[in-house]
Structures are given as C-alpha cells and as structure tokens.
Design a protein around this ligand. Sequence first.
Ligand code: 5GP
Ligand code: MN
Length: 340
Amino acid sequence: MTHDKQIHQLNQLIFSSSTITILTHPNPDGDALGSSLALFHALAFQNKNVKVIIPNSYPAFLKWLPGIDDTIVFDHSPKKAEEQILRSDLIICLDFNTLKRIERIAPIIRSSQAPLALIDHHLEPDSEFQIQISDTNASSTAELVYDVILSLQIMPADLSLIAPCIYVGIMTDTGSFSYSCNHPRPYEITAKLVESGLDVAVVHNLVYDTFSESRLRLLGYLLNRKMKVFPSHQAAFISLSLADQIKYNFQIGDSEGIVNYALSIEGIKLAAFFTEKSDLVRVSLRSKGDLSVNLLARQYFNGGGHKNAAGGNSYTTLKKTELAFVKMLDQIKDEIINAH
Ligand code: 5GP
Ligand code: MN
C-alpha cells in the first residue's frame, strides 16, 4: 500500500497512545463493523485500552461478529461513549469520510484533544482528519485495515478473531465478489484468511441465510408492489414507508441490499431506495458503469459515497421525494442513457 508517511504517523500515535477509540458510521454495514472489529482485535492484542463506538444499533445478521458485545452503542449509552471519546489519546474513524455523517457525535469528537485518523475508501474525504489512509480503489475498508495491520506489524499469529471480521467487510462490500474487486488484493487477503482456518461458507451463511420471515416477506412485497420502473430513463426506485415498516416489523438491516434488485433489471443503470423516517427520507442510490451516484447524492440529496453506491437524505415527505427523483430523472436522462 502507498500510504507510507500516513502509516508511519499512525504507527507513532498508536505506540504513544494507551486509550484508543474506533468509530464508525450510523446504520453500520458489514464493512463498517467488520473493519472496526478487526482493528479492535489487533489493538487489543497490543494491550491497548481500545473500544469501538457505533452511533446506533447494528443489524441482526452481524450480531455474531467476534467482539461485537464489547462495543459501545452511542444511542444506548451516550454518557459512556462520550467519556470513552474524551479520555482517548487517539480516535480512528473507519468506513466514512465526513463527520457530517455522525452529527450527534461530531461535537464531542471536535471537543476532544486527541488526533483524528481516518481509514476509508470513500471519495473525497474531509480535511478534518489529520491522518488519512484513504484509498477509493480498495474494495472495502476491511481490505485497507488488513493492510494497515500488516504494515504496523501488529498482525497476531492467531487470526481466528480477525479473519471473520475482515472477510465480512470484503464479502459484503463487494456483493460477494461481484463488484469493486477487479484487483488482486481482496483475493490475496481472502487466501491468507482461508489458510489461517477461516471457513467462508460459514460466514456467508451467517450473513445471508439468517433472514427473519418478515424480512423476506417485506422484500417480496416491496419488489411486487413498491418498485417503479422507468424503462425510457433506464432507472427504477423502491419506496419503504413508515406504515410498511410497522406492518412488516422492520428491523435495522432488513432493507440491506434491496436496492440492488432494482439494478438487476436488464437495461437499468440507476436505482434508488427510499426509506421514510419520522423527520426525513433516507436515500440509497446505486448505478452501473460510469454513471456517478456519488455526484447525484451530493447534488440532489446532501450526501455522497462511491461512484456506484452512494446515499443521502431528503428533507421532505416520501411522496415529494419520489416526485423530486422523477424530476431529476428527466433532467439527467441523457446522462443516464449515454453512460457506459
Ligand atoms: P447505503 O446506500 O448502503 O446506505 O450507502 C451507500 C454508500 O454511500 C455507502 O458506502 C455509504 O457509506 C455512503 N453513504 C450513504 N449515506 C451517505 C450520506 O448521507 N453521506 C455520505 N457522504 N455518504 C453516504
Ligand atoms: Mn465500506
């Protein structure tokens, strides 16, 4: 990896720190939690007093990750999380690129004296992070964390705790090795993990074959009743209302990956998933080829992300969000159709 200066600085900071906080983004996915817990285990092996802080709760399909019970969920224990941050000598942010994404925690971070480091693979990281190990070509933050742990020479001999964490990050952020992985590194790392004893089928089953019945029925309902396809614009969206969430006993993580079904229709290059919240609508965008949803998320939804996977917020009703999206489709129709 080509972040020698940043790695060296991080190494010195870790060496001189006794208390370290690892922080990830809200609604954490497999990469956010996997990369955070992998780094947690490596630093714990170094006898660091280390904690992972998660802004809100995590999905059930990740509850088996080694170390997850040692994390602090900010929404459940805000005082404990604040005390942890304020007593830290170093704060390392994983799998997000701007403190804007952790609105309620950001003021506490800013009031801390500790240096702020970033390990991430999203586009355009904020300058607020003093150390940036940011690589948009990486499949996942987990891939970067593996290489950082290697470079820092803190890779434990026994990988039994770290391996499933790293693998979950790579597997989920590449859609089980179907995108963002057209380079050797994720496969090389996976080979090392398998050599160390990792059973990839077990991890795959834990993540993808543990749906509740209501989660699968919600998927069926959304695809059947709530997906709108615009063939002439090569786009589609799916909406999840608050009423649907109550009806299907919606749990955090239950809508993970549903946006990709809209993108799997032949000829569709742009897909959106809208989740109604009490005060806003969460927007998830996916695209194919050189159509950048990072730019669309920034321009229309106050968000960002990667070229082909991004997200943001819409500060209006679900209905108005859908109408605004359709209007946007008209505005960018040529851009979508000409994308390759
Ligand atoms: P998802 O649609 O799965 O929530 O997010 C897709 C990608 O976009 C993820 O990599 C995520 O980190 C990023 N992303 C999602 N929401 C936001 C947002 O509000 N702001 C920014 N900057 N990135 C986001
Ligand atoms: Mn990621």
